[in-house]
Design a protein around this ligand. Structure first.
Ligand code: F6R
Length: 607
């Protein structure tokens, strides 16, 4: 979604704003803009496209106070007119989120004589604040009153040319934090944008409003009640958000997976047993009492949930359903107060997942667990139990290390539930823990396949369609492979459980249709091999990811790459890695923008 940076300092802040936007560009990247307090009026620079273009366009702009924005279009096409900041009179506003009552506000403000120059919902905030400033000269109060009229989700930052040196920010539903320092105070959508100036972060709560000046910060609630929010010293390393020697964040994040998994699994340390306390103090009691699990998530996170369903039912013996959050939230479902509701989200801010979690709670299902990569996120704060994956910041829009760390966390959850249900003896528990501990090394060996996969990628560049096949716990891995390929290479890809092929999709198979198969050496391999023969018999070209010890052999039209070892229940975590690498290298051959694929954004904070 969109990204916001704001700065009030004692020197020119334009380079800070631009640098901050570069760090947030992964959130949205169809246009960008900045507005600063000028010598006689607000100076605004906007450009369509990337922050690099804004940087050139704003090279001569200077000011100690300003706001900036990188946009992912929701209302109105990407164009300069719709780019933020939006101006009304002496004020400028940037906004992330969606104002649901913007049409009513637009009608009301148009009737007062305000002329709208964009198609955005944000412009109504600018005119609303301007109209309130006519009776209420203090910017902070005017923004506070404006926020009380807004329905929807927002993080906003506002400046007023007549009140230089001051920025007012507010948050309801969309992320926003403050960075505080001796030489200036800042706000941004996430901490990575502010590490360049400070590590001292203040996380705003929903319904908070803050005024920033170079000398300090004050925070109130929307009703004006002052509040204190603690200062956290960010542990995020600046290197974690730098590209280093890699060409793209996606490549970096694929190769960070051994470390991300090791960090996520750190809490099992040298232990031979699982402690439910890793999910929260009340987890032991809660997990023993549940009779069902409902997983809510979107996109890649939903695929990790779908994989975990196989583990939770076969190892822990607990019925499990996985629902796409945007469907669940509007479906009339049968509530079960004894079921554990698990919300999975890399960002912890995905609007559909958050709304689905709230919906589940509103039905009396209070046993909730957040599985997230961002500790301060809304989904974590609103869940009874939590597990924070330690993937580190994920910048590439296509999720990779967040996915494998979610899988590792979900396997820990499976073991904790199995133990609580007395379905796991000490020996099985110790064996699974040993396998988890070995996972980073096993992943490292799979990454060695990169050169072979690079060769395969050449053959996909002229394809328009691809089919992915998997069976059992590897069917969600096939789904994830297809999602990765379509997201970043724009090749239409679909995934099927291999046994389903003959029920329709086989009609699509011919020599032009590459069929990628996830073929681990598990109990379904023989069945899968028959399905692959069905493809070959129709002239389909097969690309098979097998395990070292399996009996699938290369022949005309059957290409095979072997993962070093078969990894039992945890095999999905290894088998997704070549699929990530394949889509990355196909995208490179096709020359697409790997980290910022068209039309997409990281962390979808709108419905
Ligand atoms: C795909 C991808 C998306 C996200 C989805 C949910 O590569 O990144 O499908 O997985 O938007 O996002 P989170 O996990 O942040 O809730």
């Amino acid at each position: 979604m969109c990204g916001i940076v704001a700065a009030a300092a004692n020197t020119n802040i334009v380079p800070v704003l631009v640098e901050g936007l570069k760090k947030l560009e992964y959130r949205g990247y169809d246009s960008a803009g900045i507005a600063v307090i000028g010598s006689s009026q607000i100076e605004r620079v906007r450009s369509v496209g990337r922050v690099a273009e804004l940087e050139t366009a704003s090279a001569s702009t200077q000011s100690p106070t300003g706001i900036a924005h990188t946009r992912w279009a929701t209302h109105g096409v990407p164009c300069e007119r719709n780019a933020h900041p939006h101006i009304s009179g002496s004020i400028a506003v940037v906004h992330n989120g969606i104002i649901e009552n913007y049409e009513a506000l637009r009608a009301e403000l148009s009737a007062q004589g305000y002329v709208f120059t964009s198609d955005t919902d944000t412009e109504s905030i600018a005119h609303l604040v301007e109209s309130l400033l006519r009776n209420e000269p203090d910017l902070f109060t005017a923004v506070r009153l404006a926020c009380r009229r807004l329905i929807g989700a927002y993080a906003i930052a506002v400046i007023d040319q007549r009140q230089p040196g001051k920025i007012v920010v507010a948050r309801e539903g969309s992320p926003l934090l403050l960075g505080v320092s001796e030489t200036g105070n800042y706000a941004a959508s996430d901490a990575s944008a502010l590490l360049q100036v400070t590590r001292n972060m203040v996380y705003l709560e929903n319904g908070d409003l803050a005024e920033l000046t170079v000398g300090g910060v004050r925070i109130t609630r929307l009703d004006g009640t002052p509040v204190e929010r603690p200062v956290h010293v960010s542990q995020l390393s600046a290197a974690a958000v730098e590209l280093g020697n890699y060409s793209h964040y996606m490549q970096k994040e694929i190769f960070e997976q051994p470390e991300a998994l090791a960090n996520t699994l750190e809490m099992i340390g040298g232990s031979k047993s699982i402690q439910p306390g890793m999910f929260g103090a009340e987890a032991g009691e809660m997990l023993a009492d549940i009779d069902q699990i409902l997983i809510l998530a979107c996109g890649t996170s939903a695929h990790s949930g779908q994989t975990a369903r196989y583990w939770l039912e076969s190892i822990a013996g607990v019925p499990c359903n996985v629902e796409i959050a945007s469907e669940y939230r509007y479906r009339t479902s049968v509530a079960n107060p004894r079921q554990l509701v698990v919300a999975i989200s890399q960002s912890g801010e995905t609007a559909d997942t958050l709304a689905a979690l709230r919906h589940a709670k509103s039905l009396g299902q209070t046993r909730t667990l957040a599985l997230c990569n961002v500790p301060e996120s809304a989904i974590v704060r609103e869940s009874a139990l939590r597990f924070i994956t330690r993937a580190g910041p994920e910048i590439g829009v296509a999720s990779t290390k967040a996915f494998t760390t979610q899988l590792a966390a979900l396997f820990l959850l499976t073991l904790a539930v199995a133990k609580a249900k007395q379905r796991l003896n000490a020996e099985q528990e110790a064996t699974f823990i040993e396998q988890l501990r070995h996972l980073p090394v096993a992943v490292n060996k799979v990454l060695d396949l990169e050169n072979d996969i690079r060769d395969w990628a050449q053959r996909f560049a002229d394809k328009h369609h691809a089919l992915f096949l998997g069976r059992g716990r590897h069917y969600p891995i096939a789904l994830e492979g297809a999602l990765k390929l379509k997201e970043i290479s724009y090749i239409h890809a679909e995934a099927y459980p291999a046994g389903e092929l003959k029920h329709g999709p086989l009609a699509l198979v011919d020599a032009k249709m590459p069929v990628i198969s996830v073929a681990p050496n598990d109990e379904l391999l023989e069945k899968l091999k028959s399905n692959l023969q069905e493809v070959r018999a129709r002239g389909g070209e097969l690309y098979v990811f097998a395990d070292g010890d399996s009996e699938i052999t290369e022949s005309d039209g059957i290409h095979v790459l072997r993962l070093p070892e078969h990894y039992g229940q945890l095999s999905p975590i290894l088998h997704v890695i070549p699929l990530q690498l394949l889509s990355y290298h196909v995208a490179l051959v096709k020359g697409t923008d790997v980290d910022k694929p068209r039309n997409l954004a990281k962390s979808v904070t709108v419905e």
